[in-house]
Design a binder for this molecule. Sequence first.
Ligand code: PMT
Length: 324
Amino acid sequence: MDAEIGLDASQPESFSDVKSFFESAPPLKNSDSITQKVKEFIHQNSQFSGNTKSVGVVCVTSGGTTVPLEQRCVRYIDNFSSGHRGATSTEYFVKSGYAVIFVHRRGSCQPYCRYLPEDSFLEFFEISNDSEIQVCRPHAPAVKKAIKEYHSAVNGGLLLKLPFTTIFEYLQIIEVVATSMSCLGPRGMFYLAAAVSDFYVPWESMAKHKIQSTAGPLDMRLTQVPKMLRILRIEWAPSAFCVSFKLETDPDILLQKAESALSKYQMHVVVANELATYKREVILVTVGGKVSIRKQSEDADVEDELIKLLVEKHSEYIESCRMG
Ligand code: PMT
């Protein structure tokens, strides 16, 4: 595979759509501090030779974006994504020696927390006789493991977490991360597991205040969100290794759609998954062919094998870029 790409920026989903999306989006809160954090993290993890700290830097996107219906948002359109794929994959990337920028939906599944119940404080902790808070004995090993692994990743400088809620925040953060990661060349990877909204209400045409139900049935026109995969590949981080996902509910069109995304956006890998089986099976689609990955047992994670294969493909890619 080659870092040089031949995408045509004048194709239908042109950059003018992307430009007008960003121009009309509300400004990203804490933009300067996000940019600074990302740049520092990348700088700390950009020494790949000698005393190698990380083998590469991967931006993992996770969870679903929301589409607000009002500027002072009371209602929004959401999707089913729990963030489990992204959180689990993050753990396996860190385990493989990658530094991970985890761009995730606020409140979605987090790395190292998968085995903790939702009410983790209430379930896992109790008040001792001397009024101290302590971990309930049966849960202690799982809690200790999660805390240890989480702190090891964060203190080792291998995990940076950036939250988003809306489609506007998500795409603005991806732009910051991608343009900052371009300095890594082929050592940078994008693993785009987030479920990104396809339709949205442009900020300027959005109701400012809560939409009133007394006005009768709601008639609303949604505009298409421009696909960012193209601009990511052409402008933001042209040498990075890009893995996108394709989710479908109809198995008959899944592979054809994944193949079409592979060539249309010049992805290095498209991970195809079907809603009914996505937790136990994915198909890795590349120009070289397809590999089906299935969870081997109830306790296994499909992401374990998936990340191993992607790490292999990424290092082949780095090598091919090095050889020119
Ligand atoms: O979070 P979980 O519950 O574990 O679920 C995981 C998952 C099923 C959400 C995940 O495995 C998955 O398939 N994520 C991608 C789902 C999706 O939105 O597919 P899509 O066909 O709409 O988009 C394809 C790709 O284009 C995605 O990589 C997306 O990041 C990208 N995209 C989408 C819309 C858009 N406007 N711009 C984009 O770049």
